[in-house]
Design a binder for this molecule. Structure first.
Ligand code: PAF
Length: 267
């Protein structure tokens, strides 16, 4: 495999957001480098069996999309190739993963760290690229790389949105037409609350209240969390002085969606 190599780890069901990662990977490594996409629905990171079973797996379509986006190779292993039947070693991050999505999904980030480290070791990639939409995942992977001295550079890529603002996600296809029509209100809630910063608000309380108030009008959405956290430590912040994230997660039916918006005090 020609170097440098940029790995694009995915679970398939590729959408425009993933394709943007593949194109950005190509830009990073140039025409002579290698862009490798992994497609693996990692059982270890699913806390709900039904979610794992229902996860879309359109492999043929994904392979065609990878090729069209300019990937050089796709690695699509079976669970049995990634995990020995009696595997017993995992990688856990123990601080950043205790809050937000980690609090609601026990073991999820251990599954993510374990599979991502396996992929890093298999590819020995110079670079790996991840979407910023999964901001907690990105922060945890950066922490793993820092704390375990993994020789790789992690690139974060901005969230790609539908024209109505909904963050692209492989789970969006599971929304009913009514839920899909309501889903853009997640980003609208975040944007409306973030707008308070432009008016001079720096206290987290009113910003959180504004987002919750807006979401409460999205009748079919069940909030898991709405949080205002430091962009680096993911600790809750009371006053916005450093880059922060206003983040939310919740459910339309059994479909879990997340989104966030970056906040800067100089907004
Ligand atoms: O973001 C994802 O799709 C997955 O969590 C990842 C990084 C591919 C690990 O399975």
């Amino acid at each position: 495999m020609a170097r440098p190599l940029c790995l694009v780890p995915t679970m398939g069901a590729l959408h425009e957001g993933h394709l943007a990662l593949i194109r950005a990977a190509r830009e990073k490594v140039g025409a002579s480098g290698t862009v490798a996409v992994s497609i693996f629905v990692n059982p270890m990171q699913f806390d709900r069996k039904d979610d794992l079973e229902k996860y879309p797996r359109p492999l043929d379509r994904d392979l065609a999309a990878c090729e069209a986006a300019g990937a050089d190779l796709v690695f699509a292993p079976d669970p049995g190739q990634m995990y020995a039947a009696d595997h017993s070693v995992t990688i856990s991050e123990n601080r950043l993963s205790t809050t937000l999505c980690g609090a609601a999904r026990p073991g999820h980030f251990t599954g993510v760290c374990t599979v991502v480290m396996k992929l890093f070791l298999l590819f020995r990639a110079e670079f790996a690229i991840f979407g910023k939409k999964d901001f907690q995942q990105l922060a945890i992977i950066r922490r793993m790389v820092r704390d375990l001295h993994v020789p790789i550079e992690i690139i974060g890529h901005s969230t790609v949105r539908e024209s109505d603002g909904l963050a692209m996600s492989s789970r969006n296809v599971r929304l009913t037409p009514e839920q899909r029509a309501a889903a853009p209100s997640l980003y609208r809630a975040l944007s409306a609350a973030a707008g308070l910063l432009k008016l001079g608000e720096r206290q987290a309380g009113p910003v959180l209240d504004a987002a919750k108030h807006y979401l409460a009008q999205t009748m079919t959405f069940r909030i898991d969390y709405v949080a205002l956290v430091d962009a680096e430590t993911l600790e809750p912040v009371a006053v916005i002085r450093r880059p922060a994230l206003l983040a939310l997660a919740g459910f339309f039916g059994d479909v879990r969606l997340i989104d966030h918006i970056e906040l800067h005090a100089d907004f």
